[in-house]
Design a protein around this ligand. Structure first.
Ligand SMILES: [Ca+2]
Length: 233
């Protein structure tokens, strides 16, 4: 056998497989920052003192013995790079939200700075930019708070562009985490420090309810069947 054959096969496999495995949203995906990286969350300027960093301990589920890493965002509040609390991701949070059934994003935030922040998400996709209508205001010293952003059309505000909600969320190119008093794609200029963890792609609450209702219905049906088989009903 050609001694280079395994290497050639590997190269061919990578050529075929890599584009398929390249970043795309899927239901239940989660960024928990255990790998020690920023999971592709960036401000586009890695050299900036305000670039997101991975903090190895102090996350929401830190037990001391078992450290919990998280992502820390910071901003200066001064005009120029790093002035606004905004981070973006053009990797694993891109793609078809509608086709993958992702209709919500949950995350944990911790305001460790000295100014209140209002956390929101922004989405840039095919033909339009949307921002979450509801923001979550966290006062300094908030501790870790879990929040859920609904991605229903009625819970999103069109920021710019003319593409529809359906077009945009079928082909998201960029998502942002930001602090802004109003729905936006770029944060307010603010001096802030915020911890982020467990950013998760979830189905809408009504889907979870239906799933639970379905499970409860199955359990009930099974009990009735068991009773019948025991001659109890
Ligand atoms: Ca974590």
């Amino acid at each position: 056998m050609n001694k280079f054959l395994p290497a050639i096969r590997l190269c061919l496999f990578l050529l075929v497989a890599l584009p398929l495995t390249a970043s795309a949203i899927f239901l239940d995906q989660i960024d928990d920052f255990t790998e020690g990286t920023t999971n592709n969350w960036t401000i586009g300027n890695p050299g900036s003192p305000f670039a997101p960093i991975n903090v190895p301990s102090g996350g929401p589920f830190d037990t001391g013995e078992s450290p919990d890493a998280f992502l820390e965002l910071s901003s200066s509040g001064v005009s120029g790079s790093g002035g606004k609390l905004t981070t973006f991701n053009t990797s694993q949070w891109t793609g078809d939200y509608i086709g993958s059934g992702v209709t919500g994003i949950s995350a944990y935030f911790n305001n460790t700075g000295s100014n209140p922040v209002t956390m929101r998400l922004g989405f840039g996709g095919a033909g339009a930019i949307f921002g979450t209508q509801h923001g979550f205001t966290l006062t300094p010293g908030s501790g870790w708070q879990e929040v859920t952003f609904s991605l229903s059309a009625s819970d999103l505000t069109l920021i710019s562009g003319s593409g529809s909600f359906e077009q945009t969320f079928a082909d998201i190119a960029e998502i942002r985490i930001l602090s802004s008093v109003n729905p936006a794609f770029s944060g307010d200029q603010i001096a802030a420090t915020v911890g982020v963890d467990n950013i998760a792609a979830i189905p809408e609450p009504s889907s979870i309810f239906l799933l639970l209702a379905g499970t409860a219905g199955l359990a009930l049906a099974r009990r009735v069947k068991d009773k019948k088989s025991l001659g109890l009903s």
